[in-house]
Design a protein around this ligand. Structure first.
Ligand code: HEM
Length: 447
């Protein structure tokens, strides 16, 4: 092979018929059918494909090799902050996912202390009463929008477990905080991206202010008195070297953590509810295991729910709550033999990998057994299954997420059964994180 053939290739040129609409480029097409778009680009351009979004030429990494290279980020060319802040706006400023390189490592070391095993066990004990309380008003015997109920439930859980505020705060104030938080989350799908009253961004600017003043108001009390909610934990954790979060850090990390934990867990639980409704045999299998435990299982007991774990992994494969990760190159780099210049926006199509026939048998089918020890299809490639990302930014809350999702499902399975039409395909909204536009109508029947 000559030296010339080893030269990295440029990113392929976007074909005229792939350019999309003026200014917004391929954004609408992505929102309509992301997997269709990934497939076509994979077939036309290969693992490093061109992509056009909001007047910007970007690169789309497809397949586990290309995504894996960016996640491993060996030459430190891919940064998170410039990429994610463009997408989610300034409202999650200095959250852990939006800090890079050495500074990120320092913050991550401190935050890791909030997710060590004994703390996960404490959070789990706190989860059960919050879930029970959140589900008391759920309708049975008639159709209800399960996705929206689950979203409210994870918000209620966060109010207790993250903020620890529900106990000494009026319901009206918690409602105001929840609304402010939702305004920040919804900003990601805003088209007018400036502080304009009446727009999503305008509401998010106000929301961020409300959240900050709420957190700053309670911060001195949290510093003075250690309790077992995440807000208080962030005020007290420190590394072996004595590094701690400043007040600003605590506020910034809290706002981001609430966001990171909220829609992701809701989407996962909703997907499980849908597929278990369509696959009664798996629902029964999961129920049998759930009924063998008491009403408030420990972290270890929840982790021992083998069938539920397989179902959760399969749900995360079929509908990754974060289907795309974004990065921005801070220097020239090469991925799969293709040169990506500095200052390029890059999207990692995690969801596409989850549906590639090279790594999964009948990838579109719900088949939790593919994760069983005998099959382990997720081991077909190191980066075949990456719903929690990979590399230094890999989800720090993934074990907690598994516990929260399983605690909710455990209670649902013990209390109710449900069926969903096997032919039902939820109409998805993909503008921000994917969710069923019809709210996922389900009828719960008491066991
Ligand atoms: C099923 C639920 C969840 C999914 C699918 C999920 C997914 C992800 C993904 C894909 C990333 C990597 C982003 C990137 O590389 O740019 C991430 C990062 C992160 N997640 Fe999660 N997440 C979930 C739940 C949670 C929960 C419950 C928490 C907190 C309690 C959390 C906190 C975080 C944080 C702080 C980061 C940033 C980590 C870093 O940059 O070092 N996540 N999550």
């Amino acid at each position: 092979m000559t030296a010339e053939t080893l030269e990295p290739r440029p990113i392929p040129v976007l074909r005229r018929d792939d350019r999309g609409l003026p200014f917004i480029g391929q954004v609408l097409e992505y929102a309509k059918d992301p997997v269709g778009l990934y497939r076509r680009h994979w077939e036309r351009y290969g693992p490093v494909a061109p992509f056009r979004t909001l007047n910007t030429n970007a690169a789309m990494l497809l397949g586990p090799d290309a995504c894996g290279e960016a996640l491993q980020n060996k030459d430190k060319a891919f940064a998170n902050q410039p990429a994610w802040s463009q997408l989610v706006g300034p409202f999650f400023h200095r959250g852990l996912m939006l800090i890079d390189f050495d500074e990120h490592l320092g913050h991550r070391r401190i935050m890791q202390e909030a997710f060590v095993r004994p703390r996960l066990e404490t959070y789990t004990r706190r989860l059960h009463p919050a879930i029970e309380h959140g589900m008391t008003a759920w309708e049975t015997g008639k159709e209800f929008p399960a996705y929206w109920r689950l979203k409210q439930l994870t918000l209620d859980i966060a109010a207790d477990l993250f903020m620890g505020g529900a106990r000494d705060t009026s319901q009206a104030e918690m409602d105001r905080v929840n609304k402010a938080f939702i305004a920040c989350v919804q900003a990601a799908a805003g088209i007018i991206r400036a502080n304009v009253p009446g727009t999503r961004w305008g509401r998010a600017y106000r929301g961020r202010k409300v959240l900050e003043s709420f957190l700053r108001h309670y911060l001195p009390a949290k510093r003075a008195n250690q309790t077992d909610d995440i807000f208080s934990v962030l005020c007290h954790i420190e590394t072996d070297d004595g590094d701690r979060f400043t007040d600003d850090d605590v506020v910034n990390h809290m706002v981001f953590l609430m966001m990171a934990a909220h829609d992701t867990s809701t989407i996962t639980t909703a997907t499980m509810l849908q597929y278990l409704g369509q696959h009664p045999a798996w629902q029964e299998r999961c129920r049998t295991e759930a009924e063998a435990l008491g009403p408030a299982p420990s972290a270890a007991e929840l982790e021992g729910l083998v069938s539920l774990d397989l179902v959760m992994r399969e749900a995360l494969r079929l509908r990754a709550p974060v289907p795309v990760l974004v990065r921005h190159t801070v220097k020239d780099t090469v991925v799969q033999g293709v040169r990506i210049p500095a200052d390029t926006s890059v999207a990692l199509g995690i969801q596409f990998t989850h549906l590639m026939a090279d790594y999964w048998t009948n990838p579109e089918e719900f088949d939790p057994g593919r994760f069983s020890p005998e099959r382990r299809e997720d081991k077909s490639h190191r980066f075949a299954w990456e719903p929690f990302g990979g590399g230094v930014h890999k989800c720090i809350g993934m074990h907690f997420a598994g516990l929260e999702v399983k605690a909710i499902m455990h209670r649902l399975l013990r209390g109710y059964h449900w069926r969903v039409d096997p032919g039902y395909v939820p109409p998805m909204d993909n503008h921000s994180l994917p969710f069923p536009k019809d709210g996922l109508p389900i009828t719960l029947i008491r066991n």
